[in-house]
Design a protein around this ligand. Structure first.
Ligand code: HAM
Length: 433
């Protein structure tokens, strides 16, 4: 019996990967346009790192981590998110000493043992940005502006921005007490999950999706009324900057996020185009995390975009990856033609910048090679038979138009193709650069 993959962990196949690559390329362009630099950290960390940062009473730490003991007896966890590992690296390598302000991005898989469904997987991927050392609301605004630029660049609509502020940990504590008081007064109306959360993490009750709970949640006091003065000012200023940038948002006082490290700004880009898993990009400020993990106090803010959801939304908005088919497929039939075809393929790769050349491998009749050329979706087939070889020429057949086949001298192929494909002929040897 064959072995299948793990539930909730997906293969990304040729045909699908092109869209991923396209989004990744665009994301990298946006990140570097805003001055963010890439950082890569391992997918496994010591378990403590996540318990200390995400919070012991969160769903992620309580239920969703892939934790194991390695051969040396250390408890390890496949990263359920990337912020904590990146902060760990920031502290460990004393990056603040090089520059107390750091703008970082990273891309990669995360692991959570959630119940798999459309848009929710056990291995999923994120684009992430983190900005360290900036305390003011200008960077919060810029991060949101940067995400909005990604949507615009990729033609994505159907998204709206939800915004909230959680204030300082002290303000949040005061609010927490008020919430506990309120929910304790209506305890008979709470579901089991919320009763459990009442003691351990009452803010998460606000996040409940249970329809029976909505009325009682509607009546709860809201965090924005309990903000400390500085956080209220920070939030006001952020809202002003978003207005200036023309970015609309709705205030969602119930947005509390599933990770405990946040303070002040939290936000989520949500869509109803993808069913129940509508959060496509989420993040916020986490000013206390670096210090909590043993670093010096460093304000920080960031977001993560779920790539699976981003891909789905891009496609739902009619997005398509650019064509990655070959430009040229070389057909070689008859004695002695293959070595010349190999040379020709290399010559074209050397001299035409960015050209995609596929050489027919594995032999085959003229008919079967032409069929493969057709399947490759190449723009042109170059046909090298015994007659062409002896004449020093090659047949050029347009594959996607009704144009006739023509014959060109082997020496002219590169320049003719370069102009037909509208690609620059490069200096010999430099085309792959
Ligand atoms: P998060 O909200 O847990 O935040 O995840 C961010 C995004 O990852 C979500 O909005 C969603 O698009 C995607 N996502 C989360 N879980 C899954 C899943 N099981 N399957 C598919 N997609 C998923 C964080 O991870 C924070 N580290 C974000 C952050 C960075 N905050 C500050 N800096």
């Amino acid at each position: 019996m064959s072995i299948s993959g793990i539930k909730g962990m997906n293969d990304i196949l040729p045909g699908e990967i092109e869209t991923w690559q396209h989004l990744e390329e665009q994301a990298r362009k946006v990140f570097s346009a805003f001055g963010y630099r890439e950082i890569r950290v391992p997918v496994v960390e010591k378990t403590d790192l996540f318990c200390r940062s995400i919070g012991e009473t969160t769903d992620i730490v309580e239920k969703e981590m892939y934790t194991f003991t390695d051969k040396g007896g250390t408890s390890m966890t496949l990263r359920p998110e990337g912020t904590a590992p990146v902060m760990r690296a920031f502290i460990q390598h004393k990056l603040h000493a090089q520059d107390p302000m750091a703008k970082l991005y990273y891309i990669g898989p995360m692991f959570r043992h959630e119940r798999p469904q459309k848009g929710r997987y056990r291995q999923f991927h994120q684009f992430n940005v983190e900005a360290l050392g900036y305390a003011g609301p200008d960077i919060d605004a810029e991060l949101i502006i940067m995400s909005a630029r990604m949507w615009r660049r990729l033609g994505i609509a159907k998204l709206s921005l939800e915004l909230n502020s959680l204030g300082t940990p002290e303000a949040r504590q005061r609010y927490r007490e008020t919430l506990v008081e309120y929910f304790s007064g209506v305890k008979s109306e709470l579901d089991q999950d919320s009763i459990r959360r009442l003691e351990r993490n009452p803010l998460r009750i606000l996040d409940s999706k249970n329809p029976d709970m909505q009325e009682v949640i509607e009546g709860a006091p809201v965090m924005l009324d309990y903000l400390d003065t500085e956080s209220a000012e920070h939030f006001e200023e952020l809202r002003g900057l978003l207005d200036a940038a023309g970015i609309g948002y709705t205030l969602n006082p119930r947005l509390v996020r599933g990770l405990d490290y946040y303070n002040r700004t939290v936000f989520e880009w949500v869509t109803d185009a993808l069913g129940s898993q509508g959060a496509v990009c989420s993040g916020g400020r986490y000013d206390g995390l670096v210090e909590k993990l043993g670093g010096r106090p460093t304000p920080a803010v960031g977001w993560a975009m779920g790539i699976e959801r981003f891909v789905a939304l891009f496609e739902a908005c009619g997005g398509k990856a650019p064509d990655t088919a070959a430009d040229v497929y070389i057909v070689a039939v008859g004695d002695g033609t293959l070595p010349r075809a190999v040379q020709l393929a290399e010559q074209l790769r050397d001299t035409i910048a960015g050209v995609r050349v596929e050489l027919n491998l594995g032999g085959g009749s003229f008919k079967s090679q032409m069929k493969r050329a057709d399947n490759s979706n190449a723009e042109y087939a170059l046909i090298l038979g015994e007659r062409e070889l002896s004449e020093g020429s090659v047949g050029l057949k347009p594959m996607r138009t009704q144009e006739e086949q023509s014959s060109i001298g082997l020496d002219d192929v590169a320049s003719v193709l370069a102009s037909k494909l509208d690609k620059a002929a490069a200096v010999a040897g430099a085309a792959d650069d």
